[in-house]
Design a protein around this ligand. Structure first.
Ligand code: ZN
Length: 528
């Protein structure tokens, strides 16, 4: 920056070098104090690590650098009236209440709505069960405090109880989907912290179908220019786009689209060209675009790099579906108080557990299974003979290797693996995907680096690393084109073992996997 300045390039005079957190905060306060005098709007400052080697070490998470972070100034607030609460149905069927507000100018824009997250949020209860807004609930007609900072979505932060009118109405959360009428479930789901209200209509729910189509065409997925939310809604409404594959057949409806209001000959030509340009999408964007629950951009990227081709990925998912746990096993895993340790102990003990004999109402004794786990089992299943039969069934329905092959990919894990299985298990999903794959061909993922000495290798890290954190080591290995796995199998090429390495070291011996220490790893990748 100094060099640029010396060349006469305009450089922001507010920029400065700070050496510790106190200096950062002092700079933040000073810039905040002078904010009103600036000729432009700012909403905060950005701290950046200014050593290039450290920037390189810190790297990126998805598209965000880990060597830069924004520190926003306190958000602007304003009061307005909560005129109503609408329910939005998302692409996974989640019902989200949205506050309809009397327009209010705050943080540089006019705000007319704000998310209310869920029913608990409206009732004044946070995701962790603790009160929010001092436990004050929201009623239609209430005067509320809105906060907005920078490009962050507006938040409703408080209710002014003194201004609550006589007729303020409590909101009744719907028990059926406002769009399709299907029953709404309300439960805590794997990977969620709060209760999610969800429409059970699936592909029969027009809201879910439209939201999935919007997601597929959106900027971070297939990025089809000219095919925004408005167009998708319109094409769905008139019945020419019902599933992603239909987007690639829009040319068949060219004449009909051209006659519609707002579509000139030129704009239709441009739209169809933009669609044609997406027939070979990147693997990770294509997978993200399918909108499978819990498969976000990061996980989609991990899977694309790991499998490289769509065919390999799909084959692995179909194998995992066959190898996934049966319902009896999944039910056991969900029992309150049964953690992974108790689960494994129960499965191991299953053959010797007997329902007859003299249980006399007391729980059987199994090492590693405590009273709380037995209580949970009794609550979930009932009498001891039923509990024991359930454990026996679970033992017969354990997940097999092909399922773990998916779970153990670093960055995937059990929730995402189950979601992939859920998706590929459904016949209509596979059929819709097959129709889509007739229209588009996801590109094989380009390897990050093909010339590095570890490119293409499957690497596992274990034990304590001393020169870098485990996450850093994994990120670096991935950048060099290696695949990082969480467990050792015969497909592992290399185990990097630090002090304290345990079972993985034994597994490596069993499978004849090469083991090296951290220094040897650094020397191998040229970072020593
Ligand atoms: Zn619905």
């Amino acid at each position: 920056m100094a060099a640029l300045e010396s060349l006469g390039v305009p450089v922001n005079p507010g920029m400065r070098v700070c050496n510790d957190a106190d200096e950062l905060l002092a700079a933040y306060r000073a810039i905040g104090a002078g904010r009103a005098k600036l000729a432009y709007e700012i909403d905060g400052v950005v701290y950046k690590v200014d050593r290039l080697d450290l920037q390189h070490r810190l790297g990126f998470v998805s598209r965000s650098p880990r060597w830069a972070i924004a520190h926003k100034f306190p958000a602007e607030r304003a009061e307005t009236v909560l005129a109503g609460i609408d329910i939005q149905v998302g692409r996974t069927g989640a019902l989200t209440p949205v506050a309809r507000l009397e327009p209010v100018f705050v943080g540089g824009v006019t705000v007319t709505n704000a998310t209310l997250h869920n029913a608990d949020y409206i009732a004044g209860v946070g995701a962790d069960g603790d009160p929010i807004r001092d436990g004050k609930d929201l009623r239609i007609g209430d005067t509320v405090v809105i906060q907005r900072a920078g490009d962050v979505i507006p938040q409703l932060v408080d209710v002014v109880l003194e201004k609550r009118p006589e007729g303020a109405r409590k909101f009744v959360f719907p028990t059926t989907c406002p769009r399709c009428g299907a029953h709404v479930t309300r439960e805590i789901e794997p990977g969620e912290v709060a209760i999610v209200a969800r429409c059970t209509g699936g592909l029969n729910c027009p809201a879910q179908v439209v939201e999935r189509l919007k997601h597929f065409a959106s900027r971070r997925a297939l990025d089809i220019e000219g095919l925004g939310d408005k167009q998708i809604e319109e094409f769905f409404e008139i019945g020419i786009v019902k599933e992603p594959a239909d987007i690639f057949r829009l040319a068949d409806h060219r004449a009909m689209i051209s006659e519609r209001e707002g579509y000139g000959e030129k704009s239709v030509t441009n739209l169809l060209a933009a669609i044609e340009a997406r027939r070979t999408p990147e693997f990770s964007r294509f997978l993200f675009g399918l909108g499978i629950r819990d498969i976000g951009e990061t996980t989609a990227g991990v899977l694309a790099r790991y499998f490289e081709t769509w065919e390999a990925f799909e084959a692995a998912c179909l194998a995992a579906v066959k190898a996934r746990a049966g319902e009896a096993y999944r039910k056991l895993v969900r029992v309150n108080g049964v953690g992974p340790g108790a689960r494994d102990a129960l499965i191991a003990a299953a053959p010797s557990l007997k329902a007859d004999g003299d249980l006399l109402g007391g729980a059987p004794t199994v090492k590693g299974v405590n009273t709380r786990a037995w209580q949970g089992l009794a609550e979930a299943f009932g009498d001891w003979p039923v509990v024991i039969a359930a454990i026996g069934d679970a033992a017969k329905q354990q997940p097999q290797e092909a399922f773990f092959a998916l779970v153990n990919i670093d960055g995937v894990g059990p929730v995402a693996a189950e979601r992939l299985c859920d998706f590929f298990e459904e016949e209509h999903n596979r059929a819709a995907l097959a129709r889509l794959l007739k229209e588009v061909t996801p590109q094989a993922e380009r390897k990050v680096a093909t010339s590095s000495p570890v490119a293409g290798m499957t690497v596992v890290f274990t034990g304590t690393l001393e020169k870098m954190s485990r996450d850093e080591a994994k990120a670096r290995a991935t950048m060099l084109g290696a695949k990082v796995s969480g467990s050792v199998s015969r497909k592992t090429d290399l185990l990097v073992a630090g002090p304290g390495a345990g079972s993985k070291l034994k597994d490596a011996e069993t499978h004849g996997v090469k083991v090296i220490d951290e220094d040897a790893w650094l020397a191998l990748i040229g970072d020593a």
